[in-house]
Design a protein around this ligand. Structure first.
Ligand SMILES: [Zn+2]
Length: 232
C-alpha cells in the first residue's frame, strides 16, 4: 500500500532541525552539532578592533549538544562565525587539530590558515631572506590548496632594524600604474594643475628616492614619453 506523505515545508524544516540542530556547525572537540543557547553581548574580535569601548551587539551563542563533552560541561560558547567565548583558558581541551572553532565556521578556516610555517631564514647581515610555507583552508579547517611558498626579503637599515623589501619589478609596476593614473586624470580634467604637476615630478630627478634604482630610470623615461607623445 502506498503511503502518502503530506509534509509542509514548515514541518519539514522543524523535522530536519530536530535531527540535525545545526548541520553546518559541529563541536571542535566531539563533532556533535552545536545548537543555539543564550544570547549575550559578548565583544567579538572585530568589534574590539573597531571600537574597544563601544557596546557589543547582541549575539546568538551556540553550545555543544553532547552532555559528556567538556565543551558542554564548561559552557563553552561560540558565535555564528565560530569565535569562542567561555570555558577555562588554562585547560587544554584537546580540540581536533588544535583548532577551537566549530567545524563549518569562518573562524575554523582562519585558525587553520594561521598555521603558516617558517621554513628557512637566511641572514647575510645586510640582507635577510625568509621562506614561509602557507596554506589555504576551508570552513572545515581542512587544507584545500596545496602548500605554497612565499619568499620575503628584508634589508638592514642604518639603526640595525630590517625593513621589508619589494623587488624592482614590483616598484616599476607601481610607478607605471601611478603615471598612467596621472595621464588619465589629466585627460579627464585638463584644467586641473595638480595632476600635471605630479606627472612632471615623475620626469625629473629631484623627487627621486632611491636615486640609483634602475626602475626609477625606466619609470622616468616612460613618464617623459607619455608627456611628449601625448602632448600632456
Ligand atoms: Zn562537544
Amino acid at each position: 500500500m502506498e503511503k502518502k506523505l503530506n509534509l509542509s515545508l514548515e514541518q519539514a524544516k522543524k523535522w530536519v532541525d530536530k535531527i540535525f540542530p545545526n548541520p553546518m556547525m559541529m563541536c571542535p572537540k566531539c563533532q556533535t552539532s552545536i545548537v543555539p543557547r543564550e544570547q549575550a553581548r559578548v565583544q567579538s574580535l572585530s568589534e574590539h578592533v573597531c571600537d574597544p569601548n563601544g557596546e557589543p551587539y547582541l549575539k546568538q551563542l551556540y553550545g555543544c549538544l553532547n552532555k559528556n563533552c567538556a565543551c558542554f560541561k564548561d559552557k563553552i560558547r561560540w558565535t555564528e562565525d565560530g569565535e569562542r567565548f567561555g570555558g577555562k583558558y588554562d585547560v587544554d581541551y584537546k580540540f581536533i587539530d588544535d583548532n577551537d572553532a566549530p567545524f563549518g565556521t569562518i573562524f575554523r578556516k582562519i585558525n587553520a590558515e594561521r598555521q603558516s610555517r617558517l621554513v628557512l631564514t637566511l641572514n647575510l647581515y645586510f640582507i635577510k631572506w625568509r621562506i614561509l610555507e602557507l596554506f589555504k583552508a576551508n570552513e572545515w579547517g581542512k587544507i584545500v590548496d596545496s602548500k605554497y611558498w612565499k619568499l620575503e626579503t628584508f634589508v638592514r637599515q642604518k639603526h640595525g632594524y630590517y625593513t621589508y623589501y619589494k623587488s624592482g619589478i614590483h616598484m616599476l609596476i607601481y610607478c607605471i600604474g601611478k603615471i598612467n593614473q596621472y595621464c588619465k586624470s589629466i585627460k579627464e580634467a585638463p584644467d586641473e594643475p595638480f595632476f600635471r604637476e605630479k606627472l612632471k615630478e615623475e620626469t625629473e630627478f629631484k623627487s627621486w628616492w632611491p636615486k640609483t634604482a634602475w626602475w626609477r630610470w625606466v619609470a622616468m623615461w616612460y613618464a617623459r614619453y607619455r608627456r611628449l607623445y601625448e602632448k600632456i
